[in-house]
Ligand binder design. Structure first.
Ligand SMILES: Cc1cc2nc3c(=O)[nH]c(=O)nc-3n(C[C@H](O)[C@H](O)[C@H](O)COP(=O)(O)O)c2cc1C
Length: 379
């Protein structure tokens, strides 16, 4: 039977050649928001690999919206030029039809921290050029993090303008798709979750109020870019804490996003408070299935999806329309080729790499880490 994973999907006017997405992944390798040679190699390598959609990492719409000093941004002309170079190079080596998206983000109260490998991401000190953080309410992520300043109406209006400007920059340099980051405990999610949003104004309290600012951002970006880029969002379907955001909240947000013109939601979960996120394979899949079924919006899902058969089953059973992989792509940028091999699908290899096709190798060399029968690499 033909593979669903390797079948095309339309997102509005944008056709994706298959259902496989490189999930957005911060590289902490930028210089004041500007992409570097690290991004060049990282995205060129992933672009070559045949995923239908390659997502660029969380990209801050303003300087204080970066998580760390190494986070990517689109808040200056220099940022724009640096990312234009990377995108053009990635496109030049990608198979025909590969689409590129960018995640527009603001870290909110989770900004101004160390690179993850420096101290596990603890708050920067003044000597390390820490900056003041902002959020819906003046509540820190934990006692060890910066206490944010609660945004006022004028600052919210300025933030909308920053998202719009970054969206304009992204479209100008050629991104096909813009994704608003409303998950993982960053600013958008800080508004939607009752755990981080204690506001008493029209942006806090009821579900409709907590969704108001993220939806205002989405409406403004959509109005600015129109049909020049597909709009979507990454949303959170569980805070894994009593009194936190739920899958029902995510369904309501996805439905509102669909109504304003967004074409998809990526369903993720966790990290708005330090609660434990599940570690079971495909833990977000049942949440995505609920959102897809009840909100009627095209849905992407990520989270411990690594085996080709698992990815195929998720899209073939209609639990999600797209699967995104993060760590599996870091481990194996040629995951798509290997998945095609396992699922009996055909993918285009660049001619320079044709000789890596399974048919060109003696069978004994074909065991790979994604193959359950393969010898562990540590052995
Ligand atoms: C190195 C790394 C960086 C990440 N950066 C982002 C990011 O920029 N934006 C985002 O929404 N998620 C980010 N994530 C989360 C992934 O996109 C993904 O949702 C998560 O890793 C679960 O998928 P996986 O099990 O396939 O790794 C990151 C994950 C990793 C491993």
């Amino acid at each position: 039977m033909a593979s669903t994973l390797f079948s095309p999907l339309a997102l509005g006017s944008l056709e994706l050649p298959n259902r496989i997405v490189v999930s957005p992944m911060c590289q902490y390798a930028a210089d004041d928001g500007s992409a570097t040679d690290w991004h060049l190699q990282h995205l060129m390598s992933l672009a070559l690999g045949g995923a239908g959609l390659v997502m660029v990492e969380a990209t801050a719409v303003e300087r204080r919206g970066r998580i760390t000093h190494g986070c990517l941004g689109l808040y200056s002309d220099h940022n724009e030029r640096a990312l234009a170079r990377v995108l053009a190079a990635a496109r030049a080596v990608a198979p025909a039809g590969t689409r590129f998206g960018i995640q527009l983000a603001h870290a909110g109260r989770k900004a101004s921290v160390h690179l993850p490998w420096q101290s596990g991401g603890k708050a920067l000190t003044a000597a390390e050029d820490a900056w003041p953080t902002v959020a819906p309410s003046a509540l820190p992520f934990t006692e060890a993090w910066h206490t944010p300043h609660a945004l006022d109406e004028a600052e919210l209006t300025a933030l909308v303008a920053a998202f719009v400007q970054a969206g304009e920059r992204a479209v100008r340099i050629g991104f096909d798709l813009l994704e608003l980051h409303f998950a993982h405990g960053y600013l958008g999610h800080e508004f939607t979750s009752p755990l981080s949003n204690h506001r008493a104004d029209e942006y806090g309290g009821s579900l409709a109020n907590r969704h108001r600012f993220p939806l205002r951002l989405a409406r403004a970006v959509h109005a600015a870019v129109g049909e020049r880029a597909v709009l979507g969002a990454r949303i959170s379907a569980s805070d894994y804490t009593d009194g936190g955001g739920t899958v029902e909240d995510a369904v309501a947000l996805a439905a509102a996003l669909r109504e304003l013109g967004a074409r998809y939601a990526c369903v993720s979960s966790g990290n708005v408070v330090p609660a434990k996120v599940p570690t079971t394979p495909g833990y977000n899949v049942p949440l995505a299935a609920r959102v897809r079924g009840e909100a009627g919006l095209t849905t992407r899902v990520a989270g411990l999806i690594a085996a080709p058969e698992q990815a195929e089953a998720i899209v073939a059973s209609g639990q999600a329309d797209l699967v995104a992989l993060a760590r599996a792509f870091l481990d194996d940028p040629r995951w798509v080729w290997h998945a095609a091999d396992r699922l009996g699908a055909t993918v285009a290899y660049p001619p320079q790499y044709e000789r890596s096709k399974p048919a060109s190798w003696p069978a004994a060399h074909l065991a790979r880490p994604t193959d359950a029968t393969a010898t562990p690499r540590s052995a």
